[in-house]
Design a protein around this ligand. Structure first.
Ligand code: FES
Ligand SMILES: [Fe+2]
Length: 344
């Protein structure tokens, strides 16, 4: 179950060339996004012509309008038909749905719910490659699996110990001790200290550090994680609570990740990751993004295989463990939102 009243990541803004329509499915709906020619206007429309249902993403941008290149109907950025070749009358129903769309933090965000509820304050505060303080690499992976399974994976980091032993060289602590979990308005916050560590993989240090990582996982499926190394003793000095991030002395990185349900059994997983400028360079960015790709492919193998087993199981049920608390909290939250929107 997914909520429509949320901003979904539809793509990287760097992938959207002016005048070139871009097609994506979100929650099963075909959507076309384009950047107008001659203005900065961003438009998202239903990718289905009212005439004979051809995809408008095969169309041609004409200024702020989009022309269906089958029989030439012209649509405005509001979805209303402006022109029907060979016919003067434009019937009132000659319109496609227009979606609110916003470009922020290098992502294109589309609101799937009622347009009058599209509040930009609900866009998760992600950090992307356009941020001046971080040097980030970016990418995406397409999944043959339900988006919810990827959300579940990102809400339960105990899998790091097993799935990411090769890539992140994740230790036992992820599975054998519980992180701190807080419930937020539209998600959860996870945080964990790893005291007396030699730094994360690829950035091992001579000295022992207290590593801290904390992420928010927000509706509809956006992970925003900060991590950094502190002088040994910091974890204890702040009673294993949140540190003063400005005191981090090494390895400060940020990653934003977003899971977008495309159809019932497919999803697109967007991610960027990189060091803070004071803690790394382009070389470290490349190392991290390669590491991430290796790790995210480890997740993909497991999740796609899990998806297949679930699909052949009549009435599949799960047996939650202690690590599933954030998974349960988040899924209940989304279910509640989905129900509220159908009754309200
Ligand atoms: S299908 Fe679009 S104009 Fe005919
Ligand atoms: Fe993972």
């Amino acid at each position: 179950m997914y909520t429509r009243n949320a901003w979904y990541v539809a793509g990287w803004s760097s992938d959207l060339e002016p005048g070139k329509p871009f097609a994506i499915r979100i929650l099963g709906e075909p959507i076309v996004i384009y950047r107008a020619v001659g203005s900065d206007r961003l438009v998202a429309l239903e990718d289905r012509c009212v005439h004979r249902l051809a995809p408008l993403s095969l169309g041609r941008c004409e200024g702020e309008n989009l022309r269906c290149m089958y029989h030439g109907l012209l649509f405005g950025p509001d979805g209303v038909t402006r022109e029907i070749p060979g016919q003067d009358l434009i019937p009132p129903k000659a319109r496609v749905r227009a979606y609110p769309v916003v470009e922020r933090a290098s992502w294109l965000w589309v609101w799937l719910g009622d347009a009058d509820k599209a509040d930009e304050a609900l866009i998760p505060p992600s950090i992307g490659p356009d941020h001046p303080d971080y040097i980030m690499g970016q990418g995406f992976l397409d999944y043959d699996a339900e988006a919810r399974l990827i959300n579940d994976n990102l809400l339960d980091f105990s899998h790091l110990t097993y799935v990411h032993a090769a890539s992140f060289e994740a230790g036992d602590q992820f599975a054998h001790s519980l992180p701190k979990i807080e419930t937020l308005d539209r998600g959860i916050r996870y945080s964990r200290w790893a005291p007396n560590a030699r730094g994360p993989v690829g950035r091992r240090s001579e000295d022992l550090l207290d590593n801290y990582m904390s992420y928010e996982f927000l509706v509809p499926g956006v992970l925003l994680m900060w991590s950094g190394g502190f002088p040994a003793g910091t974890a204890e000095a702040c009673a294993f609570g949140p540190p003063d991030r400005s005191q981090a002395c090494a390895n400060v990185t940020f990653t934003s990740q977003a899971v977008t349900p495309m159809t019932d059994g497919t999803a697109r997983y967007f991610f960027c990751w990189g060091p803070h400028r004071d803690h790394g360079d382009e070389k470290l960015r490349d190392l991290l993004i390669n590491l991430a790709l290796q790790a995210f492919n480890e997740d993909k193998v497991m999740i796609e295989a899990q998806h297949k087993i679930i699909a052949l199981t009549p009435n599949p049920t799960v047996m939650p463990t202690a690590h599933d608390r954030p998974v349960t909290i988040f899924n209940r939250m989304v279910e509640r939102m989905a129900k509220d929107q159908s009754t309200g």
